[in-house]
Design a protein around this ligand. Structure first.
Ligand code: HEC
Ligand code: HEC
Length: 309
């Protein structure tokens, strides 16, 4: 399957140096990403450019559904997450699986469910796994044709204004980290977690809530996290996400080794069951978990996948 690979080309670095010396007044880009890369990558329109009228209204609702999924789509959300907790900057940030890069590539075949996926199918998948919709008030994702899909699609398509169609654009998906010589190890990752992550996400990955009861820092494992079927449970996805984006506000400061290890630690913790499991955990492991995760393995005496700590 396609896996966007991004490396910081030396040409981009050179461009960055030249740009930096010519444009001293330009505002500082976020520290997480290379300035040359940011300058070269596709830029979606500014929020202030959302048009008036029915289409603009739908785009605005889509934006809110994406960033405030907890409240705007609460009937379908069983986790403590918003879409934008993983697709950062409201789905704009390159290498955080931005929606402008996704839009022009659907419908597409997905091995995960062995069928052609429309964008609606793809969004539904994120509700089922990342948002754990089986634990939501309605017990499932938005029904086919729901306005939730229509509005999100309006937003994504608007973000992709001027983007090429059917093209794997730079910045699509999450960064693909090369494997390290040491491999990844949850035990080493525990130490990285305690030093670099626990202050926000909590000692047991439960996240941190504000006075209003909403998460300020989202949960990483446990009952309110993404479930065992989610893409973030795949260690390579988590490692790439963490390397670029975490610790929040200090992305790209961990070594690749630390990112792999802490991803392994996070992804070896218990979380809600995989909704695809109909038979045993072992059967589901063989069917759906052959892509680098800890599902169905016993780590520190705990069988992972049963949803129980
Ligand atoms: C826990 C993190 C997480 C959350 C929350 C999340 N996603 Fe994702 N999303 C991912 C990961 C990881 C991938 C890519 C890996 C995969 O294939 O599953 C992805 C992929 C996607 C893609 C495909 C991107 C592409 O380039 O093809 C779309 C569209 C998407 N998500 C939409 C959503 C929407 C809409 C929501 C909220 C309803 C959401 N996501 C919530 C982690 C998340
Ligand atoms: C300063 C606080 C802070 C620190 C430290 C931090 N995070 Fe986060 N993390 C956040 C915030 C805030 C978000 C949501 C980002 C958003 O919505 O824009 C997030 C999102 C995430 C997500 C995706 C959403 C989810 O809950 O599944 C993962 C995974 C994650 N962080 C892992 C880590 C790891 C691993 C570390 C340590 C290397 C770390 N974080 C350090 C604040 C932090």
């Amino acid at each position: 399957m396609r896996q966007p690979i991004f490396t910081k080309h030396s040409a981009l670095l050179l461009a960055a140096l030249i740009t930096a010396s010519c444009q001293p007044a330009a505002p500082d880009p976020p520290a997480d990403l290379d300035p040359g890369f940011l300058a070269a990558v596709f830029k979606p329109p500014a929020e202030s450019a959302i048009p008036d009228g029915p289409e603009g209204d739908s785009i605005r609702r889509g934006l809110q559904l994406f960033t405030q999924t907890q409240t705007k789509a609460s009937a379908y959300v069983g986790s403590g997450l918003n879409c934008s907790n993983c697709h950062l900057e409201a789905g704009r940030k390159p290498e955080s699986s931005p929606m402008w890069a996704a839009w022009g590539n659907y419908p597409a075949y997905r091995k995960k469910n062995n069928m052609i996926n429309t964008m609606e199918d793809r969004i539904r998948g994120c509700f089922i796994y990342s948002m754990n919709s089986s634990a939501s008030p309605s017990g499932g994702p938005p029904p086919p044709g729901s306005d939730v899909y229509k509005d999100m699609e309006s937003y994504f398509s608007w973000l992709a204004t001027g983007a090429p169609n059917r093209t794997v654009m730079d910045g699509r998906g999450f960064r693909k980290l090369a494997a390290t010589a040491l491999g990844h190890d949850p035990a080493r990752g525990r130490q990285v977690y305690q030093e670099k992550c626990a202050e926000c996400h909590g000692a047991s990955g439960q996240g941190t809530k504000g006075a209003d009861g909403a998460y300020v820092y989202p949960p990483l494992w446990g009952d309110h996290a993404f479930n065992w079927g989610a893409g973030m449970g795949k260690i390579s996805n988590a490692a790439g996400f963490i390397k670029v984006n975490m610790p929040y506000g200090n992305g790209d400061t961990l070594t690749d080794q630390q990112a792999w290890d802490v991803a392994a630690f996070m992804d070896s913790q218990e979380r809600p069951r995989d909704p695809r499991q109909t038979g045993t955990i072992e059967e589901n492991r063989q069917q759906n978990h052959q892509q680098g995760d800890y599902y169905g393995q016993t780590i520190s005496g705990d069988l992972l996948g049963d949803g129980k700590p």
